[in-house]
Design a protein around this ligand. Structure first.
Ligand SMILES: [Mg+2]
Length: 383
């Protein structure tokens, strides 16, 4: 089998209502899907995490001799060649997102060609369903009060009613005193057996993060995610020494060396690699394995459309809890339920979360997602 072509689709998912997080308000969440074609008529889908147009341009540049004509089963070889080609110019970001998308599409092709789900090719499934957390309480405007924000307990109640037993709250847009009130109100509302994560998306400096952590120390926070800039190792060392709240990070990192560096630093309890940025399924599986030997928890980042989400599901489904003992449970899987919309009507058989669990599409080959071409056209950005 030989790869013959790569087609890119820049998609826009309108967010209604708009939502805010530490970096501002979001009205549309774009992404890049690619479809890799082969000479046997099988095509595979990949998704990149990051700004779609420059990633697409890079894929078009990379897709010459190292991809066109290559055998999509040889994912190690393709990954290695692409990594070598761009190594001198970039170790992360757009470059690794481009490789990630190509790699994910190759795994989809492999599964379809063998009539086998990707998680089985990765050594699984270890899990056929994934316990999820609703990564969903962002800042929204209260429709009944102009200029006021929605009380975060309102969506917390909704996700609790939907069966989620873990919920993530975005912080970092307001003064820490106001955000601490939001955290307290949600924590006080949730039953004690429901986990609450908070995600600051790199909002703070070390001093502010320590002030925040000190004031929420007793609120049973499941993890505090990305309080500082991802390169602020001294800040993280200082924060870690000052708080007992578990710290999480990793969604902006690419490749094993970057994960090795933060594992060696011993500053995080949980790592959250993004399959569409960390290096696709080939590399992110190795990152998961690396976290095991450091005794650090790992669960995929999730803010992709159906392709990236399916890739993350197959990866999580194929990873054994460490240690594999009775009662050991994997970390929850990140899921963005409505009204956040990253799926549109893109999948003919949509991925669904029921009672806080997603069912891994192990009955279908490849990633298990069939793209609706009409929906793809509707969501595609007009140049
Ligand atoms: Mg995050």
């Amino acid at each position: 089998m030989k790869i013959t072509d790569i087609e890119g689709y820049v998609l826009d998912f309108p967010q209604d209502p708009p939502w805010g997080y530490s970096k501002g308000w979001v009205t549309s969440a774009p992404t890049l899907l690619i479809e890799v074609s082969t000479d046997e008529g099988i095509t595979g889908w990949g998704e990149a995490y990051g700004p779609p147009e420059p990633i697409h341009e890079l894929i078009q540049n990379l897709s010459g001799p190292n991809v066109t004509g290559a055998d999509p089963f040889e994912t190690e070889k393709i990954w290695g060649m692409l990594r070598h080609e761009i190594r001198d110019h970039s170790q992360s970001g757009i470059a690794m997102a481009a490789i990630s998308a190509i790699d994910i599409a190759c795994w989809d092709i492999k599964g379809k060609a063998l009539n086998t789900p990707v998680c089985k090719l990765l050594g699984g499934p270890v899990h056929e369903t994934l316990h999820c957390y609703a990564s969903a309480i962002r800042y929204t405007k209260d429709p009944d009060q102009s200029d006021a924000l929605t009380d975060p307990v309102v969506p917390a109640k909704r996700y609790l009613e939907q069966g989620f037993s873990a919920i993530k709250l975005a912080i970092g847009m307001l003064d820490i005193s106001e955000d601490i009130e939001r955290i307290k109100s949600v924590r006080e509302f949730l039953p004690s057996d429901v986990d609450l994560m908070i995600d600051a998306n790199h909002a703070y400096n070390s001093k502010t993060a320590k002030q925040l952590a000190k004031q929420i120390e007793d609120l049973d926070i499941f993890w505090l995610e990305d309080p500082l800039s991802q390169d602020d190792f001294p800040g993280y060392r200082s924060l870690r020494a000052s708080t007992s709240i578990p710290l999480a990070s990793g969604e902006t990192l690419s490749g094993r060396p970057a994960f090795r560096d933060i594992l060696v630093e011993d500053i995080f309890d949980v790592l959250i690699p993004e399959t569409g940025l960390a290096g696709g399924l080939t590399e992110t599986k190795k990152i998961f394995d690396l976290t095991d030997v450091f005794g650090v928890g790992c669960t995929p980042h999730g803010f992709a459309s159906v392709i990236g989400t399916a890739a993350a599901m197959h990866l999580a489904a194929s990873h054994a809890p460490n240690p594999f003992t009775t009662g050991s449970e994997s970390l929850p899987f990140e899921w963005t339920p409505p009204p956040l919309d990253r799926f549109g009507n893109l999948a003919i058989d949509p991925l669904r979360c029921v009672d806080g669990k997603v069912i891994v599409p192990i009955e279908r080959p490849g990633l298990g997602v069939e793209i609706d071409r009409d929906a793809l056209r509707m969501l595609s950005r007009v140049a």
